[in-house]
Design a protein around this ligand. Sequence first.
Ligand SMILES: NC(=O)c1ccc[n+]([C@@H]2O[C@H](COP(=O)([O-])OP(=O)(O)OC[C@H]3O[C@@H](n4cnc5c(N)ncnc54)[C@H](O)[C@@H]3O)[C@@H](O)[C@H]2O)c1
Length: 401
Amino acid sequence: MVDSIGVAVIGAGMAGKAHAAAWRNAPSLFAPTLPPVRLVSVCDVYEPVAAETARRFGYARHDTDWRAVAAADDVDVVSVVVANHLHREVVEGLLAAGKHVLCEKPLSDTLEDARAMASAADRAAERGVVGRIGFTYRRAPGLAAIRELVTDGTLGRVLHVSGRYWTDYGASPDVPISWRFTGAPGTGTLADVGSHLTYVAEFLAGPVSSVSGGTFTTAVTERPVAAGFALRGQDVPLTGERAVVENDDYATFSARFGDGTVVGSLEASRVATSHPNGLVVEAFCEHGAARWDQERPSEIGLALQSDGSRTGGYRQVVLGPDHPYVAGGMAMDAPGVGWGQNQMFEYQARAFLDEVAGVVDPLPTNATFHDGVHNMEVLDAVARSAAADGAVQTVAEAVHA
Ligand SMILES: NC(=O)c1ccc[n+]([C@@H]2O[C@H](COP(=O)([O-])OP(=O)(O)OC[C@H]3O[C@@H](n4cnc5c(N)ncnc54)[C@H](O)[C@@H]3O)[C@@H](O)[C@H]2O)c1
């Protein structure tokens, strides 16, 4: 095993801070089997945020150019947490420099770039370099618990899945334009939160084979331009100019999973006023149903047919040590303690470090870049469906797109 692992984070915005915290906390989850993890650098083109984030989370230094991280001998592992259209250049550069890379979702903003990244990861793997994508919600103990109930037969086969990821970060027309609002149809809310919703639905119901009913709308068609650096939710001075919103504020589609007998309806929005982070997924199965709601992440709703109609029906199951990720993982792993989205980044980081260090533990490894390409192929099929007035589009067709 290596003597120590040096980590860095590229992009210190909203999710970058979650990564910075996650590398810091990951060794403290589960048994202390990892070699020492060195917190080396936080990199952001906007120096004040790089410096502040490095200081806040205990990193030794900060950088303002990802190439400095790629060239640094003391960095082994890097998370890439910048805008989607920047992923390819940074990820390929890091992999070529021999760094193990954990890239944020979606893998990129185009299928072409995503496929090139998967090829780069394959070439890097031949040199022992790990490239993975962070499908963070697969680390939600509640979603992992529902999957366990599906696969162990308690709920049995999923027949129908329904999901929505409602957010409201774009509801106000006063929110300035940013990278999230530019790009081709499908690079908006579909790529941003619909990408999560899609792999979560597949986590429970298996791979999506076709989609239909793709519908996009842009509810706020132009936005003010910020004068200088703007992070989400912060008040910033404006230039007085306005810019066109290019992509989807809202996206919905139907999905068929596997052989097509399992169906689902999925909806993503960034204009769902009063729902800042509303991911809800419900799976209807042979022997019952289960539901998970991000606003109540430490519980699931569960209904089992075996309870009968007299006293049966949905009930609250508070998650604890009998469920995935909790026993021996949470610092306080007692029943009813509770947790949130930040912990999912920590489990994700721990699984990545374990893989790099060769530590055998029960955490599933992170998804591959090829899984990231598949995720984008589903999103591409939705965009094709939306462009064809909702017509059915198979995901396999994307292979030739
Ligand atoms: N897994 C999750 O739950 C989750 C949540 C939010 C975002 N994300 C993903 O994380 C990525 C970043 O999203 P965000 O919300 O943190 O974005 P953000 O806009 O809040 O932050 C991006 C940061 O990158 C910096 N940056 C821009 N160009 C750079 C470059 N060339 N080198 C270094 N830094 C650069 C910006 O200055 C900014 O601080 C996206 O891919 C997004 O989809 C994932």
